[in-house]
Write a protein that binds this ligand. Structure first.
Ligand code: SF4
Length: 413
């Protein structure tokens, strides 16, 4: 059985917990950012609408910066102000609004879950973190805790990337912060710390602290409202985590929460010694040939062919220029030939590889893929009949292209 962590990694003193809550909430009341979902959650009298508003914001904020989300959130809530409205939307409309926000399966699952609430739960949002997680597809432990605490006042903690960083620093947790053992401890800690009279504000305050003060690279410790509770800060100031005994007392190599003995505290890093993560796998490199096929539309304006991606997998259901994944290290000539064959299947007329004009390369980083698009263009003269048996396609003007459900990568192309 793993050794249980020494008390210095935990919060066990009720007076300290109380003081930390008070300091954090007072700071939050003074300094919190004014965000549309916060105003909605604070003023909306209807509990289901409140839950829906927080839910949408939490799904959009996964992996995405607040500044990017605000505009998408406002447009979403204007278009679908209620669960019932969202349940009636088509996936195409959802993808169109989501275009550019990335991680497209989030929008799709949000819409599927809204349908489920309307059809199977009589339009009533589950009210506890446990039920939210159990009943709503795409709602994990963090999102469930956030909705339940912010919308329904349930005294339950949350752990996201910001909270992980803050807690690991507050308690000098230097073991791999993505390991299940550490994550479990952090959830325990978040549940102990959460303020039962203002759980939603407390959770948002802890996340806000991580987003604006206890930031990854250059945390603003001198301005931090909880620095007197922070062991990483004490350790930086005094060279050891006083007043509790120093790190050796954990039993280096045995303590499940201390940094590994092979990578001890590095004084040049200060508080950014924490958190620590196992090295990430490098993203997979992929090359894709893509062709901007252009024709003269009936009003003389150029039109471009876009085709729909399959309904599952990366960028599911989004539209793109006809594209073909390539083997690595393929000669340029071979790339052209393969692309020409691919296009020929679409337009049912011979395409000469030499007729494809090379435009350039576009690099786009997905979370786990380093994608290079090799971009070609081809102008088509006369009537072109496309094979309706192939996946859905359409000809669009430039404006229509930008209003379609296309990814940021395709906009770059
Ligand atoms: Fe983070 Fe510094 Fe505050 Fe500690 S004192 S919680 S390291 S900002």
């Amino acid at each position: 059985a793993p050794a249980s962590p020494p008390a210095r990694h935990l919060f066990s003193d009720p007076a300290e917990i109380e003081a930390l809550r008070g300091n954090l909430l007072a700071w939050y009341d003074r300094c919190k950012r004014d965000l549309p979902w916060r105003s909605l959650a604070a003023t909306e009298p209807d509990a289901d609408r409140r839950g829906y508003a927080v839910w949408v914001s939490e799904i959009m904020l996964q992996q995405t910066q607040v500044a990017t989300v605000i505009d998408y959130y406002n447009r979403w809530m204007q278009k679908w102000p209620t669960l019932q409205a969202l349940a009636q939307a088509s996936l195409e409309e959802v993808n169109e609004l989501w275009a550019g926000l990335g991680y497209y399966s989030r929008g799709k699952r949000l819409q599927e879950a809204a349908r489920k609430v309307v059809l199977e739960l009589a339009g009533r949002m589950p009210r506890t973190a446990e039920d939210l997680q159990k009943l709503l597809p795409g709602v994990g432990r963090y999102t469930a805790g956030a909705i339940a605490s912010i919308s329904y006042g349930q005294a339950t903690g949350v752990v996201d990337g910001n909270v992980i960083r803050v807690l690991c620093r507050l308690r000098c947790i230097g073991a791999d912060s993505s390991s299940p053992a550490v994550i479990d401890r952090l959830w325990d800690m978040a549940n102990v710390l959460v303020d039962s009279s203002r759980p939603g504000d407390f959770n948002q305050a802890l996340m806000e602290l991580g987003a604006t003060v206890c930031v990854p690279k250059a945390p603003l410790c001198r301005e931090c409202p909880v620095k007197q509770h922070c062991q990483a800060w004490r350790r930086k100031l005094f060279g050891k985590p006083c007043p509790v005994p120093d790190v050796e007392d954990c039993g280096v190599g045995d303590c499940p929460l201390c940094p590994p003995a092979t990578e001890p505290w590095d004084s040049s890093l200060g508080v950014t010694n924490f958190p620590r993560k196992a090295a990430k796998k490098p993203p997979r490199a992929m090359r894709t040939a893509t062709c901007v096929l252009e024709r003269r539309g009936c009003h003389g304006a150029p039109e471009y062919l876009i085709v729909q991606r399959p309904s599952s997998g990366l960028l599911a259901g989004l539209w793109e220029f006809p594209s073909l994944p390539l083997a690595q290290d393929l000669q340029e000539e071979k790339e052209r030939e393969e692309l020409a064959d691919h296009l020929q299947a679409w337009i049912r007329q011979p395409v000469a590889a030499k007729g494809l004009q090379f435009i350039g390369e576009v690099i786009h980083i997905f979370s786990h893929i380093h994608q290079t698009y090799v971009v070609y263009s081809l102008h088509l003269d006369g009537d072109v009949t496309l094979d309706p048996a192939l996946s859905p396609f359409r000809w669009v003007t430039e404006d229509e292209f930008h209003a379609s459900a296309v990814s940021t990568a395709m906009k770059k192309v």
